[in-house]
Write a protein that binds this ligand. Structure first.
Ligand code: OOG
Ligand code: MG
Length: 264
């Protein structure tokens, strides 16, 4: 498997760099989910070898809306690097991606290390701040179609993310204040998707618990300073050039991005 997973990681890495889709890995040979996470690790290792740094983790399929949209109903996770992070209000070139979509998320910033099995109270204590966020997902597979193992190997479709202004946890009651935050995904001032933070595993803090458990099982400790993307509250929408997109949450604030054609 060692050589194989390096080869599979290279296929996905090149698909990303060329913004050009590839067939699903499972069309060539069977791949189980545990091996797919090893491919993901190799894939992200290639990026770290190019100078990127770990920035945190993302959870996927934490909401019914996402499971329904993609036909997958297992929780997945992926790795975030600093190169994937875009400043709030950034301009993103759509052609840098294969077929990008955008989705509204909640981001957590840790100020304590989280290792393995923790409860929601421990998770809440490790959270320094919370912010509205978006994730740009971009399956490197043709037609944005995949099996569970395929999407896991592909770093759970993660491509880029943006985080709005952080709200310090000290000024919040995380359990209460994050229980039901309205999340609107707006495209050119029109509402494209509406959801609630409650759609994320019932409460987005549960994503922090799951992130610690799943990453911990893979030998990855969530260090202080890590960002955790809790998973989308709504289905994702295609990212087209020349659009202005905002995630609006009311109390938790907003985060915005503009798109353009061409490649950077
Ligand atoms: C997989 C990633 C799912 C989420 O927030 O649920 C995800 C995909 O939809 O391609 O990021
Ligand atoms: Mg997501």
């Amino acid at each position: 498997m060692t050589d194989d997973r390096e080869k599979l990681a290279a296929v996905l890495d090149e698909a990303m760099l060329n913004a050009s889709p590839v067939p699903q890995l499972t069309e060539r040979a069977p791949l189980d989910v545990a091996s797919a996470y090893e491919v993901q690790e190799c894939l992200v290792r290639r990026r770290l070898d190019r100078g990127e740094r770990m920035a945190g983790v993302k959870l996927g399929f934490t909401s019914k809306a996402k499971m329904r949209q993609m036909g997958v109903d297992d929780l997945i996770w992926g790795r975030l690097t600093d190169a994937m992070r875009r400043p709030d209000g950034d301009v993103v070139a759509v052609a840098d991606f294969v077929h990008p979509r955008i989705e509204p998320e909640v981001a957590f910033l840790l100020d304590r290390t989280l290792d393995g099995l923790v409860g929601t109270a421990d998770a809440a204590r490790a959270v320094a701040a919370v912010a509205p966020a978006y994730e740009i997902i971009d399956s490197r597979y043709r037609d944005f179609r995949f099996s569970l193992a395929d999407v896991v190997a592909d770093n759970s479709s993660s491509a880029a993310f943006g985080v709005g202004p952080w709200r310090a946890a000290t000024g919040l009651d995380l359990a209460g204040d994050l229980a039901n935050v309205g999340m609107v995904l707006e495209v050119d001032g029109r509402i494209a998707e509406v959801g609630s933070s409650a759609a994320i595993l019932g409460h987005p803090l549960r994503s922090v618990v799951s992130a610690a458990r799943l990453a911990g099982a893979a030998g990855l400790t969530l260090e202080a300073g890590s960002v955790i993307l809790a998973g989308a509250a709504t289905a994702a929408v295609p990212l087209e050039p020349g659009r202005h997109i905002a995630v609006r949450t009311g109390r938790l604030g907003d985060v915005e991005v503009t798109t353009e054609g061409g490649r950077t």
